[in-house]
Design a binder for this molecule. Structure first.
Ligand code: PLP
Length: 235
């Protein structure tokens, strides 16, 4: 079987499972956006996915995302940045990122705001779609805002001109039932929509837990290995 037909099979299988999980949760599958995570894979995989109808891809490392987006600039692809973003890369990330899922601290918000305002003179662009990342663990070293700080942080994000807040994002902890962890993201989502009712989107669910994520209302799934196969070793 060719690489492309194996990829098509895995993609079709995941799409069918998403549709089934949506029906099981009495949800419309069209309300769910599948983002295929292409990290560590070459730009040629992005092209293959495009041929198969994928229009949303995700990357978690800035340099890799920047290079790949440039190599595939001829495609109408929406680029989602899903990893930790260093503040000193904020300006460069605005070059390619259509959506940033990992807004997780004040210094990053300030850096994006300054960079976005600076470039309005030369190369204006609309505000970037953004998700606030929630830390679902007790470990402050993990990315994301502590749920207790979410209300104040959301208010801060809503003061910016550069970020168009879409909702919340999280990664389920490894050592916990994902359904239980995702309950906390549903609560975080309620906090955000109390401040901005249309910021109702929830970015949650990966290869191992997207069915549970759909059942708690996830609207944006970030799925890598279940579609791409195993990742090559990091270069
Ligand atoms: C790698 C990654 C994913 C996809 O993980 P898979 O287990 O390969 O589906 C999703 N979200 C984030 C933040 C990631 O870094």
């Amino acid at each position: 079987m060719s690489d492309l037909s194996a990829l098509a099979d895995r993609l079709g299988g995941v799409r069918a499972e998403i549709a089934q999980a949506a029906r099981d949760a009495s949800r419309d599958p069209d309300d769910i956006t599948l983002i295929v995570v292409t990290k560590f894979h070459p730009a040629s995989l992005v092209r293959s996915l495009y041929e198969l109808g994928v229009r949303n891809v995700g990357e978690n490392r800035h340099q890799e995302a920047s290079d790949k987006a440039r190599e595939t600039a001829d495609l109408e692809m929406t680029w989602h940045f899903i990893g930790q973003l260093q503040s000193n890369k904020a300006r460069a990330a605005l070059e390619y990122a259509d959506v940033i899922h990992s807004i997780d601290r004040e210094s990053l918000v300030s850096a994006l705001e300054r960079a976005w305002i600076d470039r309005q003179g030369s190369d204006p662009r609309p505000p970037v779609d953004a998700f606030i990342q929630i830390n679902l663990t007790d470990d402050p070293g993990r990315g994301g805002i502590n749920p207790h700080e979410l209300e104040a942080f959301t208010t801060r994000v809503l003061q910016t001109q550069s970020l168009n807040l879409q909702g919340v994002m999280a990664v389920a902890p490894l050592n916990e039932d994902p359904a239980q962890a995702f309950e906390r993201i549903a609560r975080a989502s309620a906090t955000v929509t109390s401040l901005k009712p249309d910021a109702r989107f929830i970015s949650a669910g990966m290869s191992q837990d997207f069915r549970e994520a759909i059942s708690i209302g996830a609207t944006h799934l970030r799925i890598g290995t279940a579609i791409t196969g195993n990742r090559p070793v990091a270069g």
